[in-house]
Structures are given as C-alpha cells and as structure tokens.
Design a binder for this molecule. Structure first.
Ligand code: GBH
Length: 491
C-alpha cells in the first residue's frame, strides 16, 4: 500500500512547526503610499511593462498593505502557528539608506507583527525577498561590494525596530535564484545579462552581506534580544536521467554542487569557502576562456571565517526535480554562464504532472532526497534544524484544487519518511503560499495560493481553496489524512 507508513509513528513530532509563507512585493501593493520608496521591481516594471507575461506589476497586488487584518484571519483559519513574511526594504527606508526612516512604514510592520502575536501566530521575518531599493540597484545592486555595508545598516534598523518581538530572522531569500535569474539569465529584475560574471559577483556579495548581518546580530543584538538568524537557500532535486549511467549520476552531482553547495558550503560546512569542485570548475573554465582571473571571486580568510557557521537553521525552499545528463552546450545557454560552467542538461519526466506552471512537475520523493543530501553533506544540521521555508505548486485558478491537495499530502508524506525513517533533523514546514500573488515575471498567471484572490475585484476578495481546508487539517491533527478531501468519482 502506497501510503502505509512503515514506521510506528505517523505523526509530525510535537515540536514540528507548520507555517505559511509570503513575500512583501508579491502581496502588499501600495507601492507609492505613506512614504514608501521605489524598489527595483516597481521602477523596472513601470519602464518595461512587457517584462511580465500579462504586462502586470506589483502596484496593487493582493493589497495586503490595506488588508493585513484579513491576511491574519486567513492564517488563523489555517491552524498554523508561524507566518514567514518579508519586509519591503523601501517601505521602511525609502532611499534604501538609514538616514531616512519612514515612520508610516515602520508602523505598518509593527502593527502587523503585534496583531499576529495577539492571535498566537509567530512571524518569521525575511529582510530581503528580491525587492532591492532602486537607488542601490542603480549602483549595481548586489554586484557592488559596498552593498554589504548598506544591507547591514538596513538590518540594524530592522533589529532595533522589531527585535523585541521578532525572534527569528532570515536575511535573504534564495540567493541562487536571485543571482541566476536577475544577474545572469535576466529573466527577473534587475535583468542584468552579466551571465558568468554578474551572477557570481551577486553570489559573492550576497553571501558576504548575509555573514555581515549574522555577525552583527550575534554581537550587538543576540545578547539581549536572544533571537536566531538564518538564510533561505533553494534547490531543485537533481536525479540522473539514466540511473544506470555513471556520467548521468556525475552530472546530477555537478548540478547540486554548482547550484546548491556553492551557497551552502561557505555557510554550513566545517571548512567553509566555496566547494573545491565549484572553485576548480569556474577557475578552469575562466582560464580556457582567456580571462586573466577567475570569474568567481575569492573570499579572504576573515571572510571565510565570518561565513562559516553563520546560520542558526538551514532554510530550504523546494519545488521540483530535474533529470540530469552531461552536456557541453545547450541552445538556451549563454556563454559564459553558470549553466555553461555547470555543463548539465536539465529535463523533466514528461509523465510527471504539471498542474500549474511548466517548470514545476510534481515529484514528491525529491524533497526526501534533498533533505537527506543536506543532512549527509552538512553535519552541522544535526545541531541546527532544517526548515522547509517554501514548498508548493501552481494551479489554473480553480477553487477545487485537488492537485494541490495531493501535492501537499504527498510532499509532506515524504518529509515524514525523512524524519522518521531517515532521522533527518527537519523541524518545520511553510506552505507557499497563503494566497494567489504576483509571481514575478509570470505576473498573476500562475496561482500558488491556498486562498484564491480575485484580482479583478476592487476588494481583492479572498476565498479558501480545498487545499486550505486540507492544510488546516494537517496542521491541526499533525497527521496526513489522504481521505480527508476526496475527489468526486467520474461517472
Ligand atoms: C520561489 O522561487 C520564490 O521564492 C517565490 O517568491 C515564488 O513565488 C515561488 O518560487 C513560486 O514561483 O519559468 O523556466 O524561467 C522558486 C524558484 C525561480 C522557480 C524561477 C521557477 C522560473 C523558471 N523559481 N523559476 S522558468
């Protein structure tokens, strides 16, 4: 029987956290209200309306800036104890810099946090979920080494303002996707097509910014605020296309080294720094391509030390699995680029369901393998928890989202196996996402919410989908009941 747990205990442990995730730019709207400054997504989309598939932008989004009390009610109805959300940097620092603090923006988040806490929902706050203030973007964003200081200034403001009630912080959401899509592929804002160079500068200074903030918190805030700080990485699981071919097995490893370990190793390994494989690969490629230096910058010894151990948990976003085989050149690759440096052709199994978006095919065992990979490669996670900070799937706008119900059941079931059978130290799970939102360059087309949002209504009406009811049942019972929501039989 597929769903018989061969373990004595089929519940999530007592201390396992259930939560739900959002990001400021994707839901708030109110882009120019109450003194907010512009983020690069505002500025870029106003200048390039065709950048998003539906020519939309984040001006109004789900209007959470005004409807936050509704958001809180929705979170409560899910029966979860934690809410992972992000602060819009430009809302509290309109120019990005700490010389000018926007009082109204400060009040907005203060009120939101207090209202959440009143109903026993713990906010977990991300400082950067992709919305760089425009003045810094004009200076090169994360590719400018000075951003490290300015990000620290912003973080200090946030810790001072909210650290009395916010005890879990994450610095940056998915540095890998942000640098890859934003500074390399240029399919996300800032749309800088500096593939092979910009994407590694972004990686380098984002990692250093994270470390700087972690060390500042440790020194200036932890002694009295007593909270934790971490980072959220992302990873697709990577399986060999043909599990019997040595070169496909090798390609699957290469992918994880270049796309996950490049970020994880400097922070979570015993030795620190970029993994040797990544260093050698990019150095060799750079040499062959006649660069007089490696396209991957070097950390100093002090920087390696500052980064190593700079996260109190392993935040992990996971959505889908790809099948890998080696390749020297694919049509869509730019040269140089992280894709070309990696040298791996990525495919998906056409028989896996794709209920929402093309890139996301459903393969639940991937999450179990990913968590095991992290546990096996980073021994530190025996001491710090792994938190699944995002996991979810798209739909086409229907309320009866049976595919999402099964998605959550099946991925969470694999997580249960990872916990009980593989003894992985996974301590929390955050569904992506609370409600349909602005999905970056995909605009409002893919719907990822547990709640549907009617973007055509002035009120941005929210309606629970079936998956909301199902997730609530899981969160309240701490068990997966595969029969709780039954798809009507077709006659
Ligand atoms: C997450 O990233 C984000 O953290 C979150 O903000 C977002 O809403 C969520 O995904 C759901 O999309 O269309 O082939 O160009 C997940 C990583 C990066 C996966 C962009 C999809 C687009 C692939 N995503 N990628 S493609």
């Amino acid at each position: 029987l597929k769903y018989d747990l061969r373990v004595s205990n089929n519940s999530f442990p007592e201390d396992f956290i259930f939560g739900v995730s959002t990001a400021a730019f994707q839901i708030e709207g109110a882009w120019n209200e109450d003194g907010r400054g512009e983020s690069m997504w505002d500025t870029y989309l106003h200048q390039h309306p065709n950048f998003t598939v539906d020519h939309s932008n984040g001006d109004v989004a789900a209007d959470s800036y005004h409807k936050y009390m509704d958001d809180i009610e929705m979170i409560r109805n899910l029966g979860v104890s934690h809410y992972r959300m992000s602060i819009s940097w430009s809302r509290i620092l309109p120019n990005g810099t700490d010389n000018n603090i926007n009082h109204m923006g400060v009040i907005y988040y203060r009120t939101l946090f207090e209202e959440l806490l009143k109903v026993n929902i713990t906010p977990i706050v991300t400082l950067f979920h992709w919305d760089m203030p425009t003045p810094f973007m004009d200076l090169g964003g994360w590719s400018n080494p000075k951003i490290v200081d300015y990000f620290k200034d912003y973080a200090r403001v946030a810790f001072n303002l909210y650290g009395d009630i916010i005890k879990t912080w994450t610095t940056i959401n998915e540095p890998h996707q942000h640098c890859y899509m934003g500074y390399g592929l240029s399919t996300y804002v800032p749309a800088i097509a500096s593939h092979g160079i910009g994407e590694y500068l972004c990686t380098h200074y984002i990692l250093l910014s994270h470390a700087r903030v972690y060390r500042m918190y440790e020194k200036e805030f932890r002694p009295y605020q007593k909270g934790v700080v971490g980072i959220t990485l992302d990873a697709f699981w990577s399986d060999p296309k043909d599990p019997n071919k040595a070169e496909d097995i090798e390609a699957a490893h290469w992918y994880l080294k270049m796309h996950l370990d490049m970020y994880a190793h400097p922070i979570y390994s015993d030795t620190g720094d970029y993994p040797d494989f990544v260093r050698e690969r990019i150095n060799n490629m750079s040499l062959q391509q006649n660069y007089s230096r490696s396209r991957l910058p070097y950390f100093t010894d002090e920087e390696i030390d500052a980064l190593r151990g700079s996260s109190d948990f392993f935040g992990l976003n996971h959505y889908t699995t790809y099948l890998m085989s080696p390749s020297n050149m694919e049509e869509k690759w730019k040269v140089p680029s992280i894709d070309h440096d990696t040298g791996v052709k990525m495919e998906q199994n056409p028989s896996w369901a794709r209920p929402g978006t093309e890139w996301l095919s459903v393969h639940p065992p991937g999450i179990r393998k990913l968590v095991n990979y992290v546990q096996a490669n980073y021994l530190i996670v025996k001491k710090i928890p792994i938190l699944i900070t995002e996991n979810g799937v798209g739909d086409k706008g229907q309320i009866e989202d049976y595919e999402r119900v099964s998605f959550f059941n099946d991925y969470l079931y694999q997580l249960l196996l990872a916990i009980h059978q593989d003894h992985c130290n996974v301590k929390g799970y955050f569904a992506w996402t609370l409600m349909d939102d602005f999905e970056w360059s995909d605009g409002y087309v893919p719907k990822f919410g547990l709640y549907k949002v009617d973007f055509d209504s002035p009120n941005k009406t929210r309606t629970p989908k079936l998956s909301a009811k199902n997730y609530e049942h899981i969160a309240r019972t701490r068990k997966i009941d595969f029969n709780y929501i039954q798809r009507p039989l077709l006659h």
